[in-house]
Design a protein around this ligand. Sequence first.
Ligand SMILES: NC(=O)c1ccc[n+]([C@@H]2O[C@H](COP(=O)([O-])OP(=O)(O)OC[C@H]3O[C@@H](n4cnc5c(N)ncnc54)[C@H](OP(=O)(O)O)[C@@H]3O)[C@@H](O)[C@H]2O)c1
Length: 362
Amino acid sequence: MRFSSGTFDAALPCGRLFVMILLLGASGYLGRAFARELRRRGYVFIPLVRRAFDYGQMSLLLQYVRKTTPQLVINAAGYSGRPNVDECEHEPTRTFQANTILPQIVARVCLATNTPWAHVSSGGIYSGARVIEAGRVRIVRDLNQPEIRELYDTHPERFLGFTELDPPNFTFQKGPCGFYAGTKALAEESLQSLGAGYIWRPRIPFGEVDEPCNLLSKLQSYARIYDHVTSLSHVDDCVRACLDLWEQHAPFGIYNVTNPGAVTTREVVEMIQRFLKLDRHFEYWADEEEFYTQGALAPRSSCILDVSKLLSLGIKIRPVKEALAAALKEWRPASPPASPSDPVLLPLGRVGNPAPDRFVHL
Ligand SMILES: NC(=O)c1ccc[n+]([C@@H]2O[C@H](COP(=O)([O-])OP(=O)(O)OC[C@H]3O[C@@H](n4cnc5c(N)ncnc54)[C@H](OP(=O)(O)O)[C@@H]3O)[C@@H](O)[C@H]2O)c1
């Protein structure tokens, strides 16, 4: 990788220098979590949403970054499909634009303006895990093979995650992969020569608030559930870890940002039933064949990520089962938006003295 080290000159909100952050994709599930955490930490930031400002247009974004001179641009925008990732197969142009072109635009603008950037990627560019067998470690791409799944169920400790040094294997080059994953992997590849930045990799976000992008909500809404082994990211833990990396001036580069450990969907559903005391039966797809012939179009990534790099820098993040239990203990409906008004873009002429967070209602 050709990332330089994270030695940009930005101070913390309580520090000496004024710090302003530009947040792209601020209306999304992860974008809103970044906005909450930035607000909680007292940062001045501008949450950009497309209906107020088309940040996908390079000339506009360049002009805006030149005027506002942020110390960090966070790109939390992307398209992962609605209602699910299968939609990316039907909308290849939108998917490619949001997941591959936009990150390059952001990084090129940042390179031209000497601005550090952070890109929200995805752990879904991997399939499988590193598995210890007969004292050796080998990569198993398909965790759903019956004998591998049996091994996982009896010896989960023998399953290690992919590190940031492992090349992604759920990609167009090393397919089969879904179109979403392919475009996310392409973005990572193209960003590596584009200056000083972070690539943060969450994996299937969840949290305590019942909303459509939350895995815990999705599982309760499915008619049938696909049981597989995966890493997960508590949405708020994830953004806290990302911002901790930046605050600590961690070296630029790729970071897996998941809660340590892995779970099966079945385990998550059992926790949902236990904590939410649901008196209902959850149906599962019988096997891969049934799932892919009747339930899904795009191949799904089932993978475990290793977070030792994150932990080795002293970043604190709870084990996945602890984070799941905490989210379910605090389970609550989404509150209505604070303000029904449309976002208002901070006028370029006023960026010298911004209190930008107050200009956009999310
Ligand atoms: N959700 C997951 O399972 C997951 C897992 C790992 C990584 N990620 C990554 O995290 C990032 C944010 O995902 P999310 O779950 O927060 O998504 P989300 O809730 O659907 O939000 C997507 C955000 O991206 C913006 N966006 C910009 N260009 C877009 C385009 N061409 N098409 C659609 N949206 C566009 C949206 O803006 P508008 O409001 O203007 O549409 C919105 O703010 C993405 O890069 C995604 O790949 C997501």
